[in-house]
Design a protein around this ligand. Sequence first.
Ligand SMILES: Nc1ncnc2c1ncn2[C@@H]1O[C@H](COP(=O)(O)OP(=O)(O)OP(=O)(O)O)[C@@H](O)[C@H]1O
Ligand SMILES: [Mg+2]
Length: 314
Amino acid sequence: MSSPVIQTFSLSRDFGDKRAVDGLNLEVHAGEIFGFLGHNGAGKTTTVRLLNGVIDPTSGTAHVLGMDARTEGSILRARTGVLTETPSLDERLTARDNLSIYADLYSIPRQNVAARVNALLTEFELSDRADEKVGGYSKGMKQRLALARALLHQPEVLFLDEPTSGLDPVAAKHVHTLVEHLARREGRTVFLCTHNLVEAQKLCDRVAVMEQGRLVALGTPTELTRQYVKRLDVELEVDPSQVELALQILRETPRLVLGSPKQEKDMITASLAGRDAIPELLSLFVNKDLRVYRLAPQEANLEEVYFALNGGAA
Ligand SMILES: Nc1ncnc2c1ncn2[C@@H]1O[C@H](COP(=O)(O)OP(=O)(O)OP(=O)(O)O)[C@@H](O)[C@H]1O
Ligand SMILES: [Mg+2]
């Protein structure tokens, strides 16, 4: 495998006596959409700032695209794009001017600026209002403009700190499509901080969960759900005349079935003690001449992992 695009070694950062990031070891690979999850104050934004050399680590190292974030921050930032948590746009200027000024800062050749800015305004559906002052924009429009700005210089690595917070579902979906496009078609690496677990599940190849500055879980969404969610919910459809029999078998097998099975018309749902409960249960059904038409496991999701890790605390 190629060398990681992001690599940290024992990365730590203190603010006074508060340790915001605590001994973080992380590797993110080219073209990956990497989700960074954790409660408020878990250290996500601080990590993004460390990775871009905006602040220095107290100890440990962070390398991005092979460069040391602490000593080579300015050349590194020319190749990364960052959507910060609360992006600062110049509200007195138009969207077009906001982008054009940044194009200059990123040293985009003058003759290419207008075309690049127009392409982004179109992509983010801001063309109609491109020449209005940003102060009059809605939150979602500002967020889209900030995202367009982060992409101006076609960065190889994109850091998105809660990119869909405050967006309506249509705008959020637009961002998701864009992130997928950037990673899947263009091979860019995306480091995505989010509180939206559905978003993380849908988009991310791997996710890391932070808690009080420490990495507490790392893996693909499927790996994490298998590891942390032992329960397996299933839907069961049996011969309509045998629903009661099915419920009785489920209730009499607490070793395999957690809690009480639920019934809605001919459909039964139950929580099993894991995947291995399925074959055992099926052979029990067969022994009792129960006609099973369908037994469908429901995939657990990252939300359940998150709550399992945090002991149910929101
Ligand atoms: N500049 C700073 N000065 C003092 N403390 C800070 C500073 N920046 C961050 N912290 C502290 O570091 C910890 C981690 O903060 P950080 O902003 O990285 O969390 P986060 O995971 O991004 O949270 P959120 O989900 O709320 O955005 C918090 O306790 C925060 O108060
Ligand atoms: Mg944050």
